[in-house]
Design a protein around this ligand. Structure first.
Ligand SMILES: [Zn+2]
Length: 225
């Protein structure tokens, strides 16, 4: 029998690591979770939200999917896991921040320019949520990075179509944060809604777009005066 490495790891966690967190988790069980941040991130294994943000147990309500995409709020009320998580985080958990975090070398964004297995019917459909970000060019490294960033902004715009998000952003209860994580540099670039670009965290004025200035949607309409 080969070593079941995963089982070894589970045992190691329980015996060696969990004891130092026992009280913290007991409190989180007794008092329930009160995370302040909904983190919508790509499923990519190189994106590690807890490392990036220094967060611990109970701090991030995490949703991850291929591309860090946000489905449209289109009234179809289907089996949309990400949409359900957004509703739960906003309406039940009352989060005050929503982060959408894409990253460099994103396979989902690359796939927007290439072929996807014809068998991956769900994936093909899912990638539609990033297509508006695609540039009419050959996808070199620079174009891919720009597409990754444009896709993040696109998801923020789509978040604003969720009525419960829009209301809270408008009255200042929720801030939106568009992030592009550069894996090889270990640095998040933050979307700056004022200048319409991404700024490295080391130079950025804030971690997100709030408190919210007038927000220009992709159709050019100003949302809040
Ligand atoms: Zn990705």
């Amino acid at each position: 029998m080969p070593d079941d490495e995963l089982l070894q790891r589970l045992r190691r966690f329980h015996l060696d690591d969990f004891p130092q967190y026992r009280e913290q988790f007991q409190t989180l069980v007794d008092q329930g979770q009160h995370p302040t941040t909904l983190f919508i991130g790509c499923s990519d294994s190189r994106l590690v939200p807890y490392l990036l943000t220094g967060a611990g147990p109970g701090e991030l309500f995490l949703v991850r999917n291929v591309g860090a995409f946000v489905p449209p709020y289109d009234g179809s009320y289907g089996h949309h896991g990400t949409a359900a998580a957004i509703e739960f985080a906003v309406l039940n958990l009352n989060v005050s921040r929503i982060v959408v975090c894409g990253h460099s070398h994103c396979g989902a964004i690359k796939a927007l320019y290439g072929d996807v297995s014809p068998e991956a019917k769900n994936l093909q459909r899912w990638l539609d949520l990033g297509r508006e970000a695609v540039l009419p060019v050959q996808p070199g490294p620079e174009a891919l990075r720009r597409t990754e960033q444009r896709a993040v902004v696109l998801q923020l715009e789509r978040l604003m179509d969720y009525p419960m998000v829009r209301r809270r952003v408008q009255d200042g209860r929720i801030t939106l944060h568009g992030w592009h994580y550069v894996i090889e540099e270990g640095e998040v670039h933050v979307f700056d809604v004022q200048n319409g670009g991404f700024v490295a965290a080391s130079k950025a004025q804030s971690s997100g777009t709030g408190p919210y200035p007038p927000y220009v949607e992709h159709d050019g309409q100003v949302l809040v005066d």
